[in-house]
Design a protein around this ligand. Structure first.
Ligand SMILES: NC(=O)C1=CN([C@@H]2O[C@H](COP(=O)(O)OP(=O)(O)OC[C@H]3O[C@@H](n4cnc5c(N)ncnc54)[C@H](O)[C@@H]3O)[C@@H](O)[C@H]2O)C=CC1
Ligand SMILES: O=C(O)C(=O)Cc1ccc(O)cc1
Length: 315
């Protein structure tokens, strides 16, 4: 009975892209015995060599088409702007009945890039683990990344329930809880909870960096304040976040417009000395933080930090 619990879910898994997310998957797949064979593929020869040195898989291919041959599960973990190129490259080599999924931070755009390229004989079930760090590359990954996190699946209408269940079981064995959602809803929700915070962080750190010409090293010197939290997000991978901004454009612009209005109201309250308004807002936002902690959804940042320090960026 115990053996059935730990039996591999897939015979052969192909991981296309072996950065933070792909390499975390490789590690958890091996640790949890989720597949008999792990095939690793990535565009750059240097990254592929590094993945091999880290012993992340059983076979390594620069050519994604070769990598997916005979695979039961294909996980595409590349910057969202590269999804269409990858789908086109693998389309002709996919095994009938294979599940093709991705981990991209945007869903509408990934679906419109990948869906038209993929053959009808595969099950395309897009996904997004809500788990990550500001680090990238194969060294940055770790098997525990998905533990206690959400993973959102956005299956197209008419998708095979069996394929959705199979992918759900996979993510559950990685430690995540799965939620199914429409891609449009996903993109709107993620715009406010993930994309905007990163954009705001990039902006505030950029502004401080511009000011540094005037204040010299004071930005670094006094950064053990609120600014430091923003610098972690603003250290995230530039390619990944450029693609997120370009590929969730409408939802991000809508949220940014709302954010700007609220910022103007805050600016007005400060200008006119409206202490009540400031106090009311700060009390409301403090309650949001408390409910996140009560729901057990706060990320232990120091622990995260400690772990990723041991796995510095390498891509
Ligand atoms: N970094 C994070 O915290 C999270 C990222 N994601 C999503 O996961 C995906 C991957 O992100 P990371 O692993 O963080 O990125 P990463 O930069 O660590 O790794 C990306 C990988 O894709 C490869 N790659 C790039 N273009 C390629 C192409 N055309 N063909 C084949 N391989 C290609 C790179 O060589 C690298 O191995 C992105 O779509 C991102 O939006 C999702 C959740 C969290
Ligand atoms: O590092 C952080 O705080 C993150 O927010 C990680 C992250 C980045 C992108 C995603 O699509 C999901 C999670």
């Amino acid at each position: 009975m115990a053996e059935a619990m730990t039996a591999p879910l897939f015979e052969k898994v192909a991981l296309i892209g072996i950065g933070l997310i792909g390499s975390s998957l490789a590690r958890v797949i091996r640790r949890e015995n989720l597949a008999n064979e792990i095939i690793v593929s990535t565009r750059s020869a240097e990254t592929l060599k590094r993945a091999e040195a880290l012993d992340l898989g059983d076979a390594y291919f620069q050519d994604a088409a070769q990598a997916v041959e005979g695979a039961d599960l294909v996980v595409v973990s590349v910057p969202v702007g590269a999804s269409g190129t990858v789908a086109k490259a693998i389309a002709g080599s996919l095994k009938p009945g294979a599940i093709v999924t991705d981990v991209g931070s945007t869903k509408g755009s990934v679906i419109s890039q990948m869906q038209p390229e993929l053959p009808d004989h595969v099950h395309f079930i897009p996904g997004h683990p809500i788990a990550g760090t500001e680090h990238s590359g194969p060294d940055a990954g770790f098997a525990e990344l998905f533990e206690g996190r959400w993973c959102i699946l956005t299956p197209p209408t008419g998708a095979s329930q069996e394929a959705v269940s199979s992918l759900t079981r996979f993510w559950e064995r990685c430690g995540s809880t799965v939620e199914v959602m429409d891609p449009e809803h996903h993109d709107m929700v993620l715009a406010i909870v993930s994309h905007l915070p990163h954009i705001i962080a990039y902006n505030i750190v950029g502004t401080a960096d511009d000011l540094e010409a005037v204040t010299k090293s004071e930005v670094i010197k006094y950064s053990a304040s609120g600014f430091r939290d923003f610098t972690r997000l603003a250290a995230s991978d530039p390619t990944m976040w450029r693609d997120v901004c370009l590929h969730n454009r409408d939802a991000i612009l809508e949220m940014l417009a709302r954010f700007s209005e609220d910022l103007s109201a805050l600016q007005r309250a400060i200008r006119w000395g409206d202490g009540d308004k400031l106090f009311e807002l700060f009390t409301r936002t403090r309650a949001v933080r408390r409910s996140i902690i009560e729901a057990g959804q706060d990320i232990d940042v120091p622990d995260f930090g400690r772990h990723v320090v041991a796995h510095p960026k390498k891509d």
